[in-house]
Design a protein around this ligand. Structure first.
Ligand code: ADP
Length: 251
């Protein structure tokens, strides 16, 4: 069996004042190199699960272990250091700092991890922007960049500290089809180079990039679909397979 990178053991999340748990004793195992996708109806708790696994939100019960460290037992300082070093985040909106250029937005995140020289950070920021096909937009402010460029810079920012696990919450949700495809090509390419990714999406075209899709509903993971390695030439077949599976789950 492959080694676990992150393990959730019977995690439950009940928001204050709510009657029902959003997450009800969920157990998940994420291995190194996995591209795990979470799907499910709106309001099912997909984002809540992402926040719970990344230690951004406290659990009501259960535990999350990242490389055998239990997140809930770490001090705030240690948790912040682990998050800065080990986790990258991409959201639906790029959330870039408006008065910094795209390059500066990427580089500044590099200083969150202590002990890196300016030269190292700048070199990596430049190379990541190039990898994300956003090099030319590096000198622009977010307001001068296209939505696709801004989101590609947000991925570069998430990758600056070489995270062990990249969390993405609807990363294509605000993009048109062309930009979505570009962002998914980049995430696919990162995963093919070994990057572990955990992604929430409602978009079948984005979901087929994963190697497993978990379906969340009523506080539980109802089903899981494993997928073979992604192949550009087999997208249609893969989409049909995933769509049929989702239909069988009354999605
Ligand atoms: P999804 O990502 O699947 O659309 P969410 O995780 O965003 O679902 O939300 C799941 C449920 O939890 C929803 O009913 C939502 O209203 C509720 N919820 C989310 N965040 C909070 C919060 N901070 N406080 C109270 N309820 C919340």
């Amino acid at each position: 069996m492959r080694e676990a990178l992150l393990t959730a053991e019977e995690i439950t999340k009940i928001y204050p004042g709510a009657q029902e748990p959003v997450l009800n004793q969920i157990s998940v195992r994420i291995c190194q190199g996995d591209f795990t996708i979470i799907m499910g109806p709106s309001g099912a708790g997909k984002s809540t699960l992402l926040y719970a696994l990344s230690g951004m939100d406290a659990l009501s019960s259960g535990k999350v272990l990242y490389m055998e460290q239990e997140l809930g037992t770490l001090s705030e300082k240690k948790m912040a250091a682990l998050r800065a070093k080990e986790f990258g985040f991409v959201f639906q909106q790029p959330h870039l700092v408006s008065n910094l250029t795209l390059f500066e937005n990427v580089a500044i995140a590099g200083y969150l991890e202590k002990g890196k020289s300016e030269k190292t950070v700048k070199k990596r920021a430049k190379s990541l922007l190039a990898q994300m096909h956003a090099e030319k937009a590096g000198d622009r402010l977010p307001s001068q960049a296209s939505g696709g460029e801004a989101q590609r810079a947000a991925i570069a920012r998430a990758m600056i500290n070489q995270p062990g696990l990249l969390f993405a919450d609807e990363p294509t949700g605000a993009l048109n089809r062309k930009n979505s495809e570009e962002v998914m090509d980049l995430l696919t390419s990162l995963n093919q180079k070994g990057q572990s990714i955990f992604m929430v999406t409602h978009d079948v075209k984005a979901a087929i990039r994963g190697n497993r899709i978990l379906y969340l509903e009523d506080g539980k993971i109802l089903d899981e679909m494993p997928l073979p390695p992604f192949d550009m030439n087999m997208q249609k077949e893969r989409e049909e397979k995933v769509s049929a599976w989702l239909t069988s789950l009354s999605w």
